[in-house]
Design a binder for this molecule. Structure first.
Ligand code: FAD
Length: 400
């Protein structure tokens, strides 16, 4: 059993062994550009319009931000990245990155794509999970209604059409989970905005009660930038124990902070978001520690680029004498970000993955814009990325 007492996450030689000098220089250039919030804000506004206008900007997007953050347009294209990551002991969470395309036909298509991804994952050694965004399978307006309507939520039918639409959403999720269960692949339900999150939580718990009896197939995502979520994690755990199933918990800080705060302000309700970052950090770390303490009845996916949070859990694993590759503890970072965490942890034998989106360029634009935005703030992730990329470029230069 390999139990690590200390782990260093700043070895850039390990972190970027999979990147050529030219690729590293491209990453350096890209992160330098998206550090500029003015450029990002302009690009975020113009890109969808430029894509629709038919201007030939696909090539530019593909050779820059798409290649940095996305596995490919198809499963076949993503297979190359998956194999490459696998050769360094890095696992993959596959994500069909098409977001919020409305219409029943689109929802059925996304379901098919996700099932294909699950089937593909089962043929690869290093893809334990496939992620699902419920907004890919259900209309925003239905989810908002379900979030708001307690009578509908409790099973009293306000509208037959809505009820039938919700039944179809459930059928899609059951179809995905049936295949995942049979093939031994985990399904991660992403967390989204608070005004649609309640039906996501409800279906997650329902599916866990069905599929997580002996092993953890279904995971829900908990956003600890919400001040109610640590409490909700504990409630979910209690429900799981009473229902005699295992809880799958993917922990994130949360991706929609500005949007959440703005909406709360505009609509005059208390923001669901913690007032300061330190409180988010505190709850995130406490929730992760809670999962380790309850490791026998729950499985944790720590989805974070925060070094302290990752190291904290590594230390707790050692203190609890869990092996580095404990089946109930998994770490994950987004593809294109935080390679020092991912690759150094993989070297030490932890279960660690890249969250790898795939999909047609035009359809993954919202995902790409989110990555650009979260990397554009002065205190954001970019400084960390640039620091490590430049350190590695300098190290390679000094070797010549
Ligand atoms: C594998 C993976 C899967 C993910 N899946 C999801 C998902 O399903 N749903 C989702 O919403 N996000 C998801 N994310 C994104 C995630 O929520 C974070 O936005 C991102 O990872 C940054 O947080 P961090 O822990 O990596 O790092 P950090 O840089 O330490 O934290 C930044 C985060 O802290 C919080 N924060 C920043 N400033 C403040 C403030 N002033 N007050 C309160 N909180 C603050 C915000 O959440 C911000 O994103 C995922 C991330 C990863 C790596």
């Amino acid at each position: 059993m390999n139990v690590s007492m200390s782990l260093s996450l700043d070895n850039t030689k390990n972190a970027f062994a999979y990147k050529t000098n030219a690729e590293l220089r491209r990453a350096n250039f890209l992160f330098s550009i998206i550090q500029n919030s003015f450029i990002v804000s302009l690009a975020t506004k113009c890109t969808p319009f430029l894509m629709k206008s038919g201007l030939p900007i696909n090539g530019l997007i593909r050779s820059t931000i798409f290649n940095q953050f996305v596995g490919g347009e198809t499963l076949e294209e993503s297979a190359r990245v998956t194999k490459q990551l696998g050769s360094y002991g890095v696992q993959v969470i596959l994500d069909y990155g098409v977001e919020a395309k409305e219409g029943e036909e689109n929802f059925d298509n996304v379901t098919e794509k996700i099932i294909e991804a699950v089937e593909f994952a089962a043929t690869q050694k290093n893809i334990p999970f496939v992620s699902v965004k419920l907004t890919g399978l259900a209309s925003m307006s239905l989810l908002e209604k379900l979030n708001e309507a307690p009578r509908l939520r409790s099973g009293i039918h306000d509208s037959e059409a809505d009820d039938a639409a919700w039944e179809r959403v459930k059928e899609r999720m059951y179809a995905i989970c049936d295949v995942a269960n049979e093939k031994g692949i985990g399904i991660l339900l992403d967390a989204e905005e608070t005004w649609i999150q309640d039906p996501i939580d409800r279906i997650a718990i329902e599916l866990m009660a069905v599929y997580n009896k002996e092993k953890v197939v279904v995971y829900n995502t908990y956003q600890l930038y919400r001040h109610d979520r640590f409490h909700f994690l504990k409630i979910s755990h209690k429900i799981a124990q009473e229902g005699k199933f295992l809880l799958g918990a993917k922990l994130v800080r949360g991706a929609y902070m500005e949007k959440e705060r703005l909406r709360a302000q505009q609509n005059g309700y208390t923001s669901p978001i913690q007032s300061i970052k330190e409180l988010t950090d505190q709850d995130f770390n406490a929730a992760a520690a809670y999962c380790i303490e309850n490791r026998d009845s729950m499985a944790l996916i720590l989805a974070s680029h925060n070094e302290q949070s990752n190291l904290l859990i590594v230390d707790l694993m050692a203190k609890n004498k869990l092996s580095n590759n404990d089946a109930h503890v998994h770490f994950s970072q987004l593809y294109g970000m935080s390679d020092p965490i991912t690759f150094n942890m993989a070297t030490e034998g932890y279960n660690v993955s890249k969250y790898l989106p795939f999909g047609p360029i035009g359809d993954v634009i919202p995902y790409l814009m989110r990555r650009a935005e979260e990397n554009s703030s002065v205190n954001g992730q970019t400084n960390r990325e640039l620091l490590f990329i430049r350190k590695e470029l300098a190290r390679r230069k000094s070797k010549k």
